[in-house]
Design a protein around this ligand. Structure first.
Ligand code: GLC
Ligand code: CA
Length: 522
């Protein structure tokens, strides 16, 4: 397998396109707006961006309900705008990855409309349909929508009918097809065509939505692993510089399947939630972070994270990367209930871990989560994490020239903003920028350096770990709690970066409330 070199130093910026920057005053962020802000992205040190869906859509799930996979949604601009975005980004050394909603389409998609017809046609098996209108297959299928005598399977919301990539285990043979069935192969071929199309316009890779969901009844994941392996082989042969990023949250499977990067988020393991987000599994945000490790009460336990993480890391480290993102469009913002000092400590962690960091737009300024925002486009509790980027004080926080009523979502005009933070040396933004720069210039801190956790007693406070590459060793010490924490070890080191009260001596380190230190061992 081939790993593109650029990944080893990559730091991604995740952009929700409708909320980033509106270039034409219609109140909705667009591709030209992103192009205009590439200098900011470059200046921060980001080397790549992941764009949430930019396709034509009725937006019943924020664009994760695609009508035309070959067309940029009107509100975002044109395919030519996308090509220009990629071209300008590439000139600046920034890679552009797009979202690939592989598992489903919108109801309006022409394929689905044809698939609904009673008479057989090319698209009859493009989606998963049961054999009669009464069979809703344990409630997973929606009846009563189509003219044909069957119910369609949904992949997420009712308005996201599942594309048919087949069933790994067949329990109702009258309608379930195996993955090798020619019609299922055709669905897969279409997915490949879509990928090749966006690559031809300049895309450098894909973040694959619900990557594990495509093949049904695949209990051990074997069929879906094989499915993606074929695509990775094609990438290695034809597009060795392009990357596959999965929303799978099971790195040992995803990376075996051929993904270059898998996100550690909430789906499978408690690893991520136990770090920052001890919220319930339905992702309902809470004001208290329960027993998260990164919490000032210091009641978490790093073992919950390490139990999952170390195992997955060992299984995948030579083949791909685990990403611990700051957040995304599905989670309450990491700033929720936290101070800037707490956020800085989290960034110090994320920017010194192996794998590849992803920063959700606005997290670098500690942008606020808005808890009670009415749901927009199927966002529900996620809506409060999708508000427009806050560029400066004043009209629409610099997001748009348009009238307030036109804005995609209300913008916080008096909140934190980029302009103020740029001019304040001690702002979160400037600290994040320094951490990114440090990571990129220090092989031991970047994607591939080794890691060793030193303090695993008493919940693991303070967090102490080594990062090692060749003959360089760094020590990262983080105290997210409100109490002083100390760690005893023989310590000869130079201080590289810190925040809060930190004292080092030859006998160890003492970390005051919410502090961290990055040290280079002598
Ligand atoms: C993924 C996306 C989420 C979307 C869902 C269905 O989890 O991140 O936003 O609603 O898939 O496509
Ligand atoms: Ca616009």
């Amino acid at each position: 397998m081939i790993t593109p070199q650029w990944l080893e130093n990559a730091v991604f910026y995740n952009i929700y396109p409708q909320s980033f920057y509106d270039s034409n005053g219609d109140g909705i962020g667009d591709l030209n707006g992103i192009t205009e802000k590439l200098n900011y992205i470059k200046d921060m040190g980001f080397t790549a961006i992941w764009l949430n869906p930019i396709y034509e859509s009725p937006y019943r799930d924020g664009g994760y309900d695609v009508t035309d996979f070959y067309k940029v949604g009107k509100r975002y601009g044109t395919n030519a705008d996308f090509e220009r975005l990629c071209a300008v980004a590439h000139q600046k050394g920034i890679k552009v990855c797009v979202d690939l909603v592989a598992g489903h389409t919108s109801l309006e998609c022409e394929w689905f409309q044809k698939s609904c017809r009673a008479e057989k046609n090319e698209y009859t098996n493009r989606y998963v349909w049961t054999d009669n209108w009464l069979n809703i297959y344990n409630g997973e299928c929606i009846g009563g929508y189509a003219q044909r005598n069957g119910a369609y399977m949904k992949n997420f919301f009712y308005c996201q009918p599942a594309l048919n990539y087949g069933f790994a285990n067949i329990d109702e043979p009258s309608w379930q097809l195996p993955p090798e069935h020619p019609d299922c192969r055709k669905t897969k071929q279409e997915l490949i065509n879509i990928m090749e199309y966006w690559i031809s316009l300049g895309a450098d890779g894909f973040r694959v939505d619900l990557a594990a969901s495509l093949i049904k009844n695949d209990y051990d994941g074997k069929a879906i692993i094989k499915f993606w392996q074929e695509i990775r082989t094609m990438f290695d042969e034809k597009y060795p510089e392009c990357v596959l990023i999965s929303e799978w949250s099971h790195p040992s499977r995803a990376i075996t399947a051929g993904f270059h990067i898998d996100f550690l988020i909430h789906a499978v393991f408690p690893a991520y939630t136990s770090l920052f987000r001890a919220e319930d599994e339905r992702n309902v945000p809470r004001i208290f972070f329960g027993d998260s490790f990164f919490d000032t009460r210091g009641k978490g336990n790093i073992e919950t994270f390490l139990n999952d993480y170390l195992d997955e890391y060992e299984k995948t480290r030579d083949r791909g990367f685990i990403s611990i993102p700051t957040g995304n469009h599905d989670l309450a913002r990491i700033s929720y209930g936290r101070t800037n000092e707490e956020l800085e400590a989290i960034f110090a962690f994320i920017m010194t871990m192996p794998g590849i960091p992803f920063v959700y737009y606005g997290d670098e300024i500690g942008m606020e989560y808005i808890p009670d925002m009415p749901s927009k486009e199927g966002g529900f509790t996620r809506t409060g994490s999708r508000t427009p980027m806050q560029w400066e004080q004043g009209k629409n926080a610099g997001f748009s020239d348009g009238e307030k009523e036109l804005l995609y979502l209300p913008v916080n005009e008096n909140g934190v903003n980029v302009k103020e933070q740029l001019s304040d040396e001690n702002s979160l933004l400037n600290k994040v920028k320094k951490l990114i720069a440090l990571r990129k210039t220090t092989p031991a801190l970047s994607a591939c350096g080794d890691i060793e956790f030193l303090n695993r007693k008493d919940g693991g406070y303070p967090l102490v770990y080594k990062r090692i590459f060749n003959d360089e060793t760094y020590l990262i010490c983080i105290n997210p709690s409100n109490d002083d924490k100390k760690f005893e070890m023989e310590l000869y080191a130079d201080m590289i970066m810190k925040n809060g009260n930190v004292e080092i001596s030859e006998r160890g380190i003492v970390l005051g409330a919410v502090s961290y230190a990055i040290l280079k061992l002598k």
